[in-house]
Design a protein around this ligand. Structure first.
Ligand code: ZN
Length: 132
């Protein structure tokens, strides 16, 4: 398993980690198979979305924040129940197909680390699984 370090600078932030994941695939020497990316945090997540227009990830974050406001009638005393809720909505892991050593993503797709309680030092765990 490889561990990627991700440094976030805002409370809510999407960080494009597509190139780092591709580098992991190359360093692990995976030609054909699956790369599994897992975020070991309860107030962050991982997702795939458009990487051409940055307004898209801005709009996704903005929509999540409207659906799940920072302050509300939450019981969790840490004051970050919105972050935990967004983490569950987005989810902690992704699997991406690898063919001929390349991530198989659609033309407009990028892999995003989704921060919901930054700024923090975060990790992504990356495991390559060859196909037989
Ligand atoms: Zn908490």
């Amino acid at each position: 398993m490889k561990i990627l370090s991700v440094r976030t600078t805002e409370r809510n932030q999407f960080i494009d980690i597509t190139n780092q994941i591709q580098r992991c695939v190359e360093e692990e020497g995976l030609q054909d198979g699956i790369v599994c990316i897992f975020v070991p945090h309860t107030t962050a997540g991982i997702t795939i979305n458009e990487d051409a227009d940055p307004d898209v990830t801005y709009d996704v974050q903005n929509t999540l924040s409207r659906l799940v406001p920072h302050h509300g009638s939450y019981r969790h005393a840490e004051g970050n129940s919105d972050s935990h809720t967004k983490s569950s909505i987005i989810g902690p892991s992704l699997s991406v197909i690898v063919e001929n050593g390349r991530l198989q993503l659609g033309t407009w797709q990028g892999i995003y680390f989704a921060e919901f309680d930054g700024p923090r030092s975060r990790q992504c765990w990356v495991k390559t699984i060859p196909s037989r």
